[in-house]
Design a protein around this ligand. Structure first.
Ligand code: PXP
Length: 237
């Protein structure tokens, strides 16, 4: 059964547009949870553009499904993660000017820093997943690090300009899933997935979880969060 992780960052984005008190991300998390989300995902960015520390403490208190914290490997963020103790941490790259996470974390060139962060999080019994591009070299590096979970970046597939390009990146994704599964890794995927492109990815054998944020929050504005989550789960089935 394919799980759905709902990323609630953009509920907080809406709040931060006015630096106000609504909408409350914790409220959104409870609705997602009650509507069939298998995990709640939130990204505490170094620039705090959406999720804040207080959100994490509240989420930790109230979320009953898996709480997955997306985070960079910056020391300050690692320290907070060790305090909050989410069920899972997904390590992602971060750049100040980006609109959203633009590529996977390079596990080859950041090997030693990731190793140290993995050690710290693992000591707190936080499961660690690495957000990487669908690339064999990256998967090999994850294996060498001793990390057992990856999330494959679906951005290239999702942003493809035409069918031919989409087919190419879909194949790349499928190959990476098979390669990682053969190496014994747990495989998740996400980024840029929406109601129109999700079904194809959901059919790839071996993916355990899809993490989706933006498109669910966008649909929620029009039809409500409960329906948005249920519709996404239905498409994934
Ligand atoms: N997975 C990871 C690791 C991400 O960084 C993001 C974006 O925050 C997502 C999934 C969700 O992407 P989207 O908002 O495009 O659905």
């Amino acid at each position: 059964m394919l799980n759905l992780g709902v990323n609630i960052d953009h509920v907080a984005t809406l709040r931060e547009v006015r630096h106000g008190i609504e909408p409350e991300p914790a409220f959104a998390a409870l609705i997602c949870q009650a509507s069939g989300a298998d995990s709640i995902v939130a990204h505490l960015r170094e620039d705090r553009r959406h999720i804040k520390e207080r959100d994490l403490y509240i989420l930790k208190e109230i979320v009953r499904v898996k709480l997955n914290l997306e985070m960079s490997i910056a020391q300050e963020i690692v320290r907070i993660a060790c305090k909050v103790k989410p069920d899972q941490a997904t390590l992602v790259p971060e750049r100040r000017q980006e609109l959203t996470t633009e590529g996977g974390l390079d596990a080859v060139s950041n090997f030693n820093s990731i190793k140290q962060v993995f050690y710290k999080l693992d000591k707190q019994a936080i499961m660690v997943s690495l957000f990487i591009d669908p690339d064999k070299k990256q998967i090999d590096a994850v294996r060498k690090l001793g990390i057992r979970m990856i999330e494959l970046h679906t951005g290239r597939y999702a942003d493809a300009k035409n069918k031919k390009e989409q087919d190419k990146y879909f194949e790349e994704l499928e190959t990476a899933v098979k390669y990682a599964r053969d190496k014994g890794l747990h495989v998740f995927a996400g980024h840029g997935l929406n109601y129109y492109n999700v079904s194809r990815v959901a059919k790839i054998e071996g993916i355990e979880e899809l993490n989706i944020g933006y498109s669910i929050v966008c649909r929620a504005v029009l039809v409500g969060l409960e329906r948005a989550v249920r519709e996404m789960k239905a498409l994934m089935r």
